[in-house]
Design a protein. Structure first.
Length: 247
């Protein structure tokens, strides 16, 4: 267990020392919400401001992009040498991919807790009031799922570049259908039904139900689906990870 702790700590520090990722998780979401909120101001009525909408929707987008952070922490070029040392150490093989998932999760979680505070106090984003804990709980499980997704894709494709290309395309499509960048609900019943195929739409609906309706009915099903998906991804990591592929 101590060995896993040190591996995870080093993976976390590798992410913290990367200026690109620091900008991506701390500054980029806040800037994006500020820009989108400003240009779309007045488009969402009085109860839900544009800053409210994009403050929540773009945080979901950011949480799902933890997958790319997981992929980077697993197969980024300067980390491969450290991975090789772990492979030939007495640590269990699973330590390599589990530590990447844990480090990516912690890095993204800490960043987005800080970002949520900034969005609330600077742009007045409604994050649920007394129900904020439920909002953060759903996003936390989503970040864990995404971190596992990125690492699992690396186990399958054995390439950070291929993984990121596939993930960026798939996540962008899911976020478009989920209404992260703009709502598609006004395009008719058929489009609304198609949008429900995106798990991003389920998360967005769950968070808005918590914040504006004080409705917790969707929280448990959403968390269970994400948790079940995470377990499946961990199982796939176990199946597809072979240390000889990295030798």
């Amino acid at each position: 267990m101590r060995g896993f702790y040190y591996i995870c700590k080093q993976d976390f520090l590798n992410l913290v020392k990367n200026p690109m990722w620091l900008f991506y998780v701390f500054a980029f979401p806040v800037l994006l919400v500020g820009v989108m909120g400003f240009f779309m101001e007045g488009s969402y009525g009085g109860e839900i401001t544009s800053y409210d909408y994009y403050g929540i929707s773009l945080m979901i987008y950011g949480a799902l992009n933890a997958a790319t952070i997981g992929a980077n922490s697993f197969m980024e070029e300067r980390i491969k040498a450290g991975n090789m040392r772990i492979i030939f150490s007495p640590q269990p093989d699973a330590s390599l991919y589990l530590s990447k998932i844990a480090a990516s999760f912690l890095f993204t979680e800490i960043a987005y807790l800080i970002d949520f505070g900034i969005l609330h106090f600077v742009f007045g984003v409604n994050i649920g009031g007394t129900y904020t804990g439920y909002v953060l709980l759903v996003l936390t499980v989503a970040i864990l799922f995404s971190s596992a997704l990125g690492v699992m894709c690396c186990c399958i494709f054995k390439s950070e570049n291929i993984t990121n290309q596939i993930l960026s395309t798939v996540l962008t499509i899911l976020c478009l259908l989920g209404g992260v960048f703009f709502s598609l609900d006004g395009f008719g019943e058929t489009v609304r039904k198609i949008c429900l195929l995106s798990p991003v739409k389920w998360i967005l609906n769950t968070l808005f139900a918590i914040i504006y309706d004080r409705d917790l009915g969707q929280v448990l099903p959403t968390i269970l689906l994400l948790a079940a998906g995470t377990v499946i991804l961990l199982g796939l990591c176990r199946v597809f990870f072979h240390k000889e592929d990295y030798v």
